[in-house]
Ligand binder design. Structure first.
Ligand code: NAD
Length: 372
């Protein structure tokens, strides 16, 4: 690449003037053979769990430049067949939950995106790590911090990367607010409000089954307010208080939270006041207040477009499908070691789990729980 640049400079030409494609052809030795490769080699991903979010990710990946869907792991043969047709996936890259460990012998898959119910994330992540493949795991990374720590340790021991599907960390309007906060544009931040919730339907779904969900609204949607409070304020909380309201104990059984209000205290003096619920719609809002300005976003974490304004004016970055940007950026993190604006690694996922554990403890005890 450097040689090509020097050549172009010497020739007084630019890549633009020559109308070269963005691909950067290179020659490299691979197993003793001279291979034609490109610097922009894609991250070849298999999706595990072909449900509703897995389908959304797969559709979004059609527009990716650096990530490519090449494989599937599913317990349902009819889904595998349909995905093979839709995404042109060869049979040799298709696995089920009994066979996916064999993925270790498949050189055509770099990473597995775990998009199964929360309660299975640990088992599946450990399985993928053992097979020597990078893991992208959906949020919540696990159902408690103990599991999360095991996952971080297992991936580290296996020498693979563990990333968490925090798509908002790559969203342009969110990033604009985070950069403003990093630049001090809001001054001293003292308050954040995060409202995350929707009315959940079908009472038989896994999200309301403790074994598979690990909790209720907090695990599923409240985590957006926790994570948002952290990236909007730019600090790690030092204490938690929380209060639970349960109006429907039949639908929301023991361990499955319906509504929790929680507060997070930050070392700089800021407090986050948040609501997590499965019983109210139209709750997708962030508000950040500092002594020099503010940011408000609504919707703040839905699939977009994310809308909002700051004291400087409206947030007007164009909407790009979140999962397309996320997967391209994650490819750059895994393949090139790119550092994201806000981390998306296993340690980041673990931080949210530590806070969730503390919130549940605060609900149970009624006491302020220290995080330090
Ligand atoms: P879903 O029910 O639509 O899909 C889950 C998939 O897991 C299904 O294909 C199901 O067959 C499979 N599965 C494998 N083993 C299973 C078992 N033992 N029991 C039940 N299902 C099993 O759920 P979803 O909405 O796609 O959620 C999957 C994960 O993605 C969850 O962790 C969720 O929190 C996360 N998610 C993230 C976002 C986001 O914006 N980042 C959005 C939605 C869901």
């Amino acid at each position: 690449m450097k040689n090509r640049r020097i050549f172009l400079q010497k020739a007084g030409l630019s890549a633009l003037a020559l109308n070269l494609t963005p691909l950067k052809p290179l020659w490299a030795l691979n197993d003793g053979k001279l291979m034609h490769v490109t610097e922009d080699k894609p991250l070849r991903v298999a999706i595990m769990g072909l449900g509703s979010y897995g389908t959304r990710v797969a559709q979004a990946m059609k527009d990716c430049k650096r990530a490519k869907l090449v494989g599937v792991i599913s317990g349902t043969p009819s889904k595998v067949e349909a995905w093979q047709k839709e995404y042109n996936i060869p049979a040799k890259n298709c696995y089920n939950y009994d066979t996916y460990h064999q993925i270790k012998d498949n050189p055509d898959i770099d990473a597995v995106y775990v998009i199964t119910p929360n309660g299975l994330h640990k088992e599946h992540t450990l399985g993928v790590a053992k097979a020597g493949k990078h893991v992208i795991c959906e949020k919540p990374m696990a159902v408690n911090a103990k599991e999360g720590k095991e996952m971080v340790d297992a991936c580290q021991a296996a020498g693979v990367q563990l990333l968490v599907g925090y798509r908002m960390h790559f969203e342009a309007n969110t990033q604009e607010v985070i950069k403003m906060q990093m630049n001090g544009d809001f001054g001293k931040v003292l308050f954040f409000q995060g409202l995350s919730g929707f009315i959940i339907g079908d009472p038989t779904q896994w999200r309301l089954n403790y074994e598979l969900s690990g909790g209720g609204a907090m695990m599923d949607i409240g985590i957006y307010s926790i994570n948002g409070a952290r990236y909007m304020i730019g600090e790690e909380p030092i204490w938690v208080t929380a209060q639970e309201t349960k109006n429907d104990p039949v639908k929301f059984k023991e361990g499955v939270d319906e509504t929790i209000q929680f507060q997070l205290g930050f070392p700089g003096g800021a407090v986050a006041s948040c609501l997590s619920t499965y019983s109210m719609n139209n709750l997708d809002k962030f508000f950040l207040n500092g002594n020099k300005g503010f940011a408000e976003m609504q919707p703040s974490t839905g699939y977009g477009p994310i809308q909002g304004r700051t004291h400087k004016g409206p947030l007007s970055n164009p909407h790009v499908t979140h999962q397309t940007t996320q997967m391209d950026e994650m490819a750059a993190i895994i393949l090139d070691g790119k550092k994201p604006l806000v981390p998306v690694d296993g340690v980041e996922g673990l931080r949210d789990l530590v806070i969730i554990d503390a919130i549940y403890q605060a609900v149970k005890t009624g006491e302020k729980v220290s995080l330090v």
